[in-house]
Design a protein around this ligand. Structure first.
Ligand code: SF4
Length: 401
């Protein structure tokens, strides 16, 4: 288990962030917030997928006017994302929102920040101070902007991290002077290494909970790597109390990937099946990639964390599937299904998917009834006899190095 950095704890509508609370998964809607039905529908979909906090954008008054109804219908606490207009924060607080996000890059006026802090204090609402690379350089003061930009020339990376950390420190002084400590901090960049270094620096300076994220990470195909590189590194160091993986895509991918990341690091227990699949190689005799995709889809209805393996041959597959509760070793024309090391069925290629699913459902039901234990005793699947090829020849076992 990765030891977590000790932080203060805040409560967002009853969901705890920091302290000894598990790392919280959050996402953000991509609907117009004033479209109440669309926003509530997306929040429900995200919540069903495992999202524990949802943020909504409130650029206009009609968005904050929609909040009361959205909050009433939302199954999870709602966070208002406020930029430029501090009035939106006051309106969101009035509507009963559970947390406010402020960007120091565009709401910096002391009196305005003081008013937001006072409103949040009155309702015990935490505030996230969310700095990001795109808004940390001064916008209004042209002289200061030119000065900051000229300083970015030589060591852009180092200077940008310094600016981001300085922006957090400067903003946090306003909160300290107001004796307001229900604060979460984020400092996002598009560059994974800058994210790591910025959060490390901030974690050394503050004991407040940290919201991890990579800004503008791109589509899932590339943003996933960027996000895992940054967030996985920080979480492995025990840094991070809530995460939002952000993609230019349906936010459902953010929640799925956040869950997988936390489970992969043992920061969360799985609640759904875990799928292991061989990467395929020159020994493969069926379309295992298609079978794996079909298995993944079908297993999504099961709510027990059974470990399921889909392996492409009987020579190396058993060793590689060790630890799986249910496994199929697929050869040309046939597949053998194992349940916790016991050979259950040999089925025709066309029946592999259904057979694996049926055995997994039956095993999950036995787990739920308390008749068997998941991952019992490091399952050891003895290699079965190699399946004969269509021409009757038998593939030779391959010695693993
Ligand atoms: S299980 Fe068999 S087919 Fe799959 S990668 Fe291993 S050796 Fe290759």
């Amino acid at each position: 288990m990765i030891p977590r950095r000790k932080t203060r704890q805040v409560s967002v509508g009853g969901v705890l962030i920091g302290g000894d609370a598990p790392v919280v998964i959050q996402s953000m809607t991509s609907t117009y917030t004033h479209d109440i039905d669309a926003t509530v529908a997306q929040i429900r979909t995200l919540a069903e997928a495992g999202c524990e906090l949802v943020r909504v954008a409130v650029p206009e008054k009609r968005d904050t006017e929609a909040l009361r109804s959205i909050i009433e219908q939302s199954p999870v606490p709602v966070i208002a994302d406020v930029h430029f207009h501090f009035e939106r924060a006051l309106e969101a607080v009035e509507a009963g929102v559970h947390k406010i996000r402020l960007n120091p890059g565009n709401i910096a006026d002391r009196k305005q920040v003081d008013r937001v802090i006072a409103a949040c204090r009155e309702r015990s609402i935490p505030i996230r101070v969310g700095v990001n690379e795109g808004s940390v350089v001064e916008r209004k003061d042209k002289g200061l902007r030119a000065e900051q930009q000229s300083g970015l020339g030589g060591d852009y990376r180092g200077e940008m991290i310094r600016l981001m950390v300085a922006a957090v420190e400067q903003y946090m002084r306003l909160f300290d002077e107001n004796n307001f400590h229900d604060v979460v901090i984020s400092a996002k960049s598009i560059d994974a290494t800058m994210v790591v270094d910025a959060y490390r620096a901030i974690s050394e300076r503050f004991d407040l909970p940290l919201h991890l994220g990579v800004t503008h990470a791109g589509p899932p195909e590339t943003g996933r790597i960027r996000s895992v590189a940054a967030l996985g590194s920080l979480l492995s160091m025990g840094i991070g109390d809530t995460i939002r993986i952000s993609y230019a895509a349906d936010p459902i991918y953010e929640v799925d990937d956040a869950k997988e990341l936390l489970c992969s690091l043992s920061l969360r227990n799985r609640v759904e099946p875990e799928l292991i699949a061989c990467p395929t190689c020159g020994r493969i005799e069926i379309d295992l990639i298609a079978l794996t995709a079909a298995v993944r889809k079908k297993l999504s209805t099961i709510k027990t964390p059974v470990k399921v393996a889909v392996m492409g041959c009987v020579v190396n597959g058993p060793g590689e599937a060790e630890g799986a509760d249910v496994a199929i070793f697929a050869g040309k024309g046939k597949g053998i299904v194992y349940v916790q090391g016991e050979q259950k069925r040999t089925v025709a290629e066309a029946d592999m998917l259904d057979a694996l699913y049926e055995e997994t459902v039956a095993f999950a039901e036995r787990v739920e009834r308390g008749e068997v234990t998941l991952g019992h005793g490091r399952v050891n699947i003895a290699p079965p006899d190699p399946l004969p090829r269509a021409d009757g020849s038998v593939p030779l076992p391959v010695v693993r190095e």
